[in-house]
Design a protein around this ligand. Sequence first.
Ligand SMILES: Nc1ncnc2c1ncn2[C@@H]1O[C@H](COP(=O)(O)OP(=O)(O)OP(=O)(O)O)[C@@H](O)[C@H]1O
Ligand SMILES: [Mg+2]
Length: 401
Amino acid sequence: MSVNMAVVDPPEETTASLVARNRIVCFVNDELSAAALRKGLDGSNLVIRRGTIRHATRMLETDTDLYALVTDISGLDDPFTELERLASVCPPDVKVALIGDNREITFYRELMEIGLTEYLPTPITRDIVLDQLRPKLVGDAAPVQNDRGGHVVSICGAQGGAGATSIAINLAIQLAETTKAKVALLDLHLQNGETAVMLGVRPGPGLRIALENPMRADTLFLERAAIEVNDRVCLIAGDEDLDAKLDITEAGVRHVLGLLRQRFNYVVVDVPVPFPASIYPVIQMSRHVMVLLEAEVTGLRNAHALRNAVTNIAGKDRVFTLLNRAGRPGGLPRATIVKALGAEPDMVIPDLGKGMTQAVNLGVPALKHVSGLRRHLAPIVREITGVGANKKAGWKRWLGL
Ligand SMILES: Nc1ncnc2c1ncn2[C@@H]1O[C@H](COP(=O)(O)OP(=O)(O)OP(=O)(O)O)[C@@H](O)[C@H]1O
Ligand SMILES: [Mg+2]
């Protein structure tokens, strides 16, 4: 049968609606999940909102222009009822991934059987999202670190005195305590470095020699240059004269980092800012680069520039903004900080008072002296390692129960 049909072009889709349609919309209730999704799904058309599956269902009643939905079912007594409600308004071609506090494999299987794209038990981290969720939602291969070397974490202060050295030292110690792994603390401020002073030890010339001339740094370098902080943590630092003309080479930096990554599970680096070109390999090899700032105009301005520098050197998904000494009298209000950064800081450590400075003067790690520091470092340790932290209490608080 021939039908006389006028050929009509399909109604032209506006660019706006096409853009809306490839959105990945996330409803989560805590900053760490939001940060993990932001980093892990970086590069996609991502919208992150505060809320749970109920908020997602409500949104879908009026807005179904999206490619995928990621939402939170933690704390729900009957998640399947909520999922039915969601399914009744969610177009079948929208991929749905969930995060939640149930860790049972049978629960996971039930969810997969009803057609969900993925389920991730909390806590989620950037690496979990990169490895498990990203391939299913975005489709590209996760940029995984495929060698077995230690995990490098760089700590950089956006402004002087932001707390980079304090955080580097205590993070190294807490990482070792939590994971029972071996941790190296590498201080790349060869002149005026403060890690050694804060730990009450005196470094030798080994690090400078190795960084200047990698041919001279064999495996014995570590035996000579590493100072034991405790059973699991070693400090590798220098103490060169202020008028020393250092000639640190990129090859030297690569070599030293390579040696450390063979021997230690984690390498926490106190990085000088601005970065000399010779230490770019450290940023490139880092899985996490923490940009620390205080709630000051200088910190905000520099944090922006520092984040850009890290992104240019190593990619956007590595950078985490850490607001230190939050709530310090005279500091900028949180709303100003969020506005200037363009997002919530990924991590926050409050001002912990004079005990932090006392610890410096005593030459002991602040973890031993300031109660509360451990609790505030826990989410950072969790982001880096994927282990630790009290999930249940956290969810209850986030859900306002
Ligand atoms: N969360 C905090 N609460 C209170 N005091 C803190 C906090 N973090 C760091 N401090 C204190 O701030 C001071 C500066 O810290 P630190 O030396 O670690 O900063 P930095 O960024 O390494 O400085 P620099 O630019 O000199 O390298 C120290 O006295 C430290 O004890
Ligand atoms: Mg310092």
